[in-house]
Unconditional design. Structure first.
Length: 192
């Protein structure tokens, strides 16, 4: 077992647990995890290029999310949960579908990427989920559940068993996060 994979997985668990708890301190752990994961994904025996590029995106969005959450916490005293309007939800799903098809086609035709379509879905749905999380939208958890379910199979197929197990744990934590954030959002709405 690769010690870098162990470290990335450990940092990922800490990151997600802190996100579930709506702690702004999730971000330093997330930043470290995405840096290590990007390096792992470009290794010759893995070649999940979409996932590697996704980690670079995550790095930028982690910094943005840290700033946004810290500002929101300073204003409200806590991390406030928001929800998307139905039209916004439809737009997010359409954007994921179109971008997955486009990115998957690029990876399929122009690289030696393994599993380009599945890898593209993981990347594009993760982009949407990460942006929604940075903006504190409840729906991020639903997307993470879908991403985690697909990622488990992709990583297991590529022999990244620790990452597959990590994404199984992420799947469980995403369900817990969805329930926790839903309670927080309902409490906020009831208080208004």
């Amino acid at each position: 077992m690769n010690p870098w994979e162990v470290l990335a997985a450990s940092l990922g668990v800490i990151n997600i647990v802190l996100i579930v708890r709506r702690s702004v301190w999730n971000y330093p752990f997330g930043i470290a995890m995405v840096c290590i994961s990007a390096w792992l994904f470009v290794q010759p025996d893995v070649r999940l290029y979409s996932d590697a590029l996704l980690q670079l995106f995550f790095f930028v969005v982690q910094i943005y999310g840290w700033w946004h959450w810290a500002r929101a916490q300073a204003e409200a005293g806590e991390i406030v949960v928001e929800t998307l309007a139905p039209g916004q939800r439809a737009a997010v799903l359409a954007a994921i579908a179109v971008s997955t098809l486009g990115w998957g086609a690029l990876m399929h035709h122009f690289t030696s990427a393994a599993l380009p379509w599945w890898d593209a879905f993981i990347a594009m749905a993760s982009v949407a989920a990460q942006l929604l999380m940075a903006r504190r939208y409840l729906e991020n958890w639903i997307l993470w559940i879908a991403v985690d379910a697909v990622a488990i199979g992709v990583y297991a197929a590529k022999g990244l068993m620790l990452l597959a197990l990590l994404y199984l744990l992420f799947l469980i934590l995403s369900a817990v996060g969805l329930a926790s954030w839903r309670r927080a959002e309902r409490t906020r709405v009831a208080a208004l």
